[in-house]
Ligand binder design. Structure first.
Ligand code: NAD
Length: 322
C-alpha cells in the first residue's frame, strides 16, 4: 500500500503544486485547507475543507497519516503582511500549534514545516546589495514583521517537539516562490504575479506602478524547483532549517523589465509610487543547500516568468471574454 501524506494549505499556491508532485512520486495524498484550489481541481486523493485554527480539524486530518507537509498559513505579499499583523500572528500560531500537536498524537513518521526568508533579521537586510542570508544568520533574532516572528516561533516549536517527543522534522525557509496557479489579484498577490497582471492589462505605451524606488532587491524561485527541493529535503537527513530559494539577486525594476520581455512589450515604462517595500535587499545563500541535498533551484527566472506571464495573461483574457 502506498504511503499516506497530508498537505496542509493544499488549496493554496505551493500546496496544490506539492499535492500533484507527491502523487507523481506514488504517494496517497490528503489535502486540507479552508478552501479548495482556486484555479484547478486538486489532484489529492482526499480533500478536507476545514479550518486548522480548530484543533479538532487538525486532529481528524492527521489520523492515519505517515508524513505531513505543513504549508497552511494566512499569508500574502508585502501589502497584506504589513496591514494585519495581529491577525497573521494569531491565525498562523493557532494553525501551527494545532497541526504539530495533532501530528505528534497521530505518531507521524516525518513532519515538514514551510518557513520563510522573513525569519531573518531585518538589520542585515538594509541595503540593496544584499549579503546572501545563511541559515545561521537567523539568530540573534529580529524578523521584520509579525509574519516573520510567527514563522520563527513555528521553527522553534518544531525544534522543541523534536527534542521532547523525538519527532523527525524538516524545515525549509522559502524565498519568494512564484509560478502559475498563484494569486494574481485581490491584494494577497506577490510582486512577480502583480507585475504580470499589470503588464497584461497595460495599454499601449503605458506604464506599470512599482512600489518604492524599484532598487530594492530579491531573489525569486520557480514553484517547480520549490516542490522538488521540498521533497528532496523531506527525504534527506537534514535536521536543521534549510533555505530553498534562488541566489540570483535582481532589483524590483529588473524584475519588471524581465516581465516586459516575457510579454514582448518594449513600449512600457515603470512608474514608482509609495507603497510597502519590506526589507531593502534579500538573497538566499545556497551553500548549505548544495552541501546537504547536492541540489539547488535550476529554472531560470526568464523561463519561469514566461510561464507565469502566459498563465496570468491567459486567465485575464478568459475573464474579460466571459
Ligand atoms: P497560499 O496563501 O497560496 O496558501 C496557503 C493556504 O493556507 C491557503 O490556501 C489558505 O486558504 C490556507 N489557510 C490559511 N488559513 C487556514 C486555516 N486556518 N485553516 C486551513 N487552511 C488555511 O500561500 P503559498 O504561497 O502557497 O505558501 C505556502 C506556505 O509557504 C505558507 O506557509 C507560506 O507562509 C510559506 N511561504 C511561501 C512563500 C512564497 O513566496 N509563496 C515564501 C515563504 C514562505
Amino acid at each position: 500500500m502506498s504511503q499516506r501524506a497530508l498537505v496542509t494549505g493544499a488549496g493554496g499556491f505551493i500546496g496544490s503544486h506539492l499535492v500533484s508532485y507527491l502523487r507523481q512520486q506514488g504517494w496517497w495524498v490528503c489535502g486540507v485547507d479552508q478552501k479548495r484550489p482556486e484555479f484547478a481541481d486538486s489532484d489529492a486523493d482526499e480533500f478536507i475543507v476545514g479550518d486548522l485554527r480548530d484543533a479538532e480539524v487538525a486532529r481528524a486530518a492527521c489520523e492515519g497519516i505517515d508524513e505531513i507537509y505543513a504549508l497552511a498559513a494566512d499569508m500574502g505579499g508585502m501589502g497584506f503582511i504589513s496591514r494585519d499583523p495581529a491577525t497573521i500572528l494569531h491565525n498562523n500560531a493557532l494553525i501551527n500549534i494545532n497541526t504539530i500537536r495533532a501530528a505528534q498524537l497521530a505518531g507521524v513518521s516525518r513532519y515538514f514545516l514551510a518557513s520563510s526568508a522573513c525569519i531573518y533579521p531585518e538589520h542585515i537586510q538594509s541595503t540593496p546589495d544584499a549579503t546572501a542570508l545563511r541559515e545561521v544568520d537567523a539568530f540573534p533574532a529580529n524578523p521584520q514583521d509579525s509574519y516573520g516572528w510567527e514563522k520563527l516561533m513555528a521553527e522553534l516549536l518544531c525544534r522543541y517537539y523534536r527534542e521532547q517527543h523525538g519527532m523527525e522534522i524538516r524545515i525549509a525557509r522559502y524565498h519568494n516562490i512564484y509560478g502559475p496557479n498563484g494569486t494574481y489579484d485581490g491584494g494577497r498577490e506577490k510582486a512577480p504575479a502583480a507585475m504580470c497582471r499589470k503588464v497584461a492589462l497595460a495599454g499601449e505605451n503605458g506604464s506599470i506602478e512599482v512600489w518604492g524606488d524599484g532598487s530594492q532587491t530579491r531573489s525569486f524561485c520557480y514553484v517547480d524547483d520549490c516542490v522538488e527541493g521540498t521533497y528532496r529535503l523531506m527525504r534527506s537527513d537534514c535536521r536543521v532549517p534549510l533555505n530553498i530559494g534562488s541566489d540570483r539577486l535582481v532589483t524590483i525594476d529588473e524584475l519588471a523589465r524581465l516581465v516586459f520581455d516575457a510579454a514582448s512589450r518594449d513600449d512600457l515604462d515603470i512608474e514608482h509610487i509609495e507603497g510597502p517595500q519590506g526589507v531593502r535587499g534579500r538573497n538566499s545563500d545556497n551553500t548549505l543547500l548544495r552541501e546537504t541535498l547536492g541540489w539547488e533551484p535550476k529554472i531560470p527566472l526568464e523561463k519561469g516568468l514566461l510561464e507565469t506571464y502566459q498563465w496570468i495573461s491567459g486567465k485575464l483574457t478568459a475573464a474579460s471574454a466571459s
